[in-house]
Design a protein around this ligand. Structure first.
Ligand code: DSN
Length: 418
């Protein structure tokens, strides 16, 4: 991105905040499993003039004039999404994963209808039926989870619940499940209940695009995703569906839930999807998986227990109980050491959501910065040393200094001021 910016009245207060955030992203190690860094090109496109345009509706059916280029943009973005994932239909307007899921649920159910979603305490998402979310308040949610012995999804229980409850919809996908989900089992459960299968692939859509994670697209009626996690696009959502669900999904996104699409973000999605269609995106996803496997191995060497014993994906979930600290303490210690991550419940956690016994770490963002396996050894060492010394501020400060000089080897947006 060109560092040159147009002249405009300076807002020093705002610029200082933006510069601090850029500095934070540059100097710290980003290990939140649901975050990533967009390319400089995607970053620039996110700030395009399409931010000025209202385009309620869909191509050729808008409620505003002047939408000829908006139509061109949206048709292009839809085509790229369909091509990347082999989907029959794509809606690229959802502002985020939550609105994508809301549209998917409303496209299939009426308020009060039954559905099955993964228990958030076992690694599901808020919008898969959590009682505090619209999904658990508008609809009658029932939950499946993981088995206590294996910490893997209890597919027999999913099928049993499907047969007993005959839900209208079954939702699969997770936010802190480190293993590959068996979509065929969910298809079987949905078929036994006569339910619609909705897969939320937000966390693993990048790996699906690269062919490194089984695709839920052929066997789900509807698939939702965010665009900003492993897919490495701008913050936003999308919905793929079978042709038979296209109109219902589109009607729920607009006018059901949203007003005008954020066309500047749609433009950035178009570019991110094009990037994901390039062969080097597959190399990136391969590296991200290798980095995560290496991180897992080093953490196990350092005596950490990983939920399910390891990972097949871009994330690990650490059970901190044998180290005598909780998720909140771990998150705070890592932050002091210059590593950004999030506390996370582990299955059958006895701690509150605001405390938790777990820590989730992901490798998508670090891989974008250029780290490979040997460097993951250093990252694992930073993490392990920080967690083993979580109450020692001077040790955490020393790690923070090492992290800052380590981060400089992987420049982020060189030339950008804020
Ligand atoms: N909030 C996102 C995450 O961090 O995984 C999706 O639930």
């Amino acid at each position: 991105m060109s560092p040159k910016r147009p002249d405009y009245p300076r807002d020093e207060q705002l610029e200082a905040i933006l510069a601090k955030e850029l500095g934070r992203q540059r100097d710290k190690l980003e290990m939140i499993a649901s975050e990533n860094f967009v390319s400089e090109h995607v970053l620039r496109i996110t700030a395009s003039v399409f931010t000025n345009k209202y385009a309620e509706g869909y191509p050729d059916q808008r409620y505003y004039g002047g939408c000829e280029f908006a139509d061109e943009l949206e048709i292009l973005t839809q085509a790229r999404a369909r091509k990347l994932f082999g989907a029959e239909h794509a809606n690229v307007q959802p502002h985020c994963g939550s609105s994508a899921n809301m549209a998917a649920l409303l496209a299939v159910m009426k308020p009060g209808d039954n559905f099955l979603g993964m228990n958030i305490a076992h690694g599901g998402h808020l919008t898969h039926g959590a009682p505090v979310s619209f999904s658990g308040r508008v609809f009658k949610a029932h939950y499946y989870g993981v088995r206590e012995d294996t910490e893997l999804i209890d597919y027999d229980h999913v099928i049993r619940l499907a047969e007993e409850l005959k839900p209208k919809l079954i939702m699969c996908g997770a936010s802190s499940y480190p293993r590959i989900i068996d979509f065929e089992k969910f298809r079987e459960a949905a078929d036994r209940a006569g339910a619609v299968l909705v897969t939320d692939m937000a966390h693993f859509s990048g790996m699906v695009a690269a062919g490194l994670y089984p695709s839920p697209v052929p066997i789900s009626e509807i698939v939702t995703s965010t665009t900003h996690k492993t897919l490495r696009g701008p913050r936003g959502g999308l919905i793929l569906s079978k042709r038979t669900f296209a109109k219902r999904v589109d009607d729920e996104v607009f006018p059901g839930i949203q007003g005008g699409p954020l066309l500047h973000v749609v433009a950035a999605k178009a570019l991110a999807l094009a990037e994901a269609l390039e062969p080097d995106f597959i190399d990136y996803q391969r590296q991200l998986l290798k980095n995560c496997a290496r991180l897992a191995a080093r953490l196990i060497d350092a005596g950490f227990r990983l939920v399910s014993g390891g990972t097949d994906t871009h994330l690990v979930l650490i059970d901190l109980r044998n180290k005598n600290l909780n998720g909140r303490q771990a998150e705070e210690a890592l932050d002091k050491a210059g590593i950004t991550a999030n506390k996370n419940t582990i299955p059958f956690d006895k701690e509150r959501f605001t405390v938790t016994s777990g820590l989730r770490l992901g490798t998508a963002a670090l891989t974008t910065r250029g780290l490979v396996e040997s460097e993951m050894d250093e990252v694992a060492d930073f993490v392990s040393t920080a967690l083993h010394n979580f109450e020692d501020d001077s040790k955490l400060k020393k790690i923070r200094e090492r992290v800052a000089s380590f981060s400089k080897k992987f420049p982020l947006y060189p030339g950008l001021d804020f």
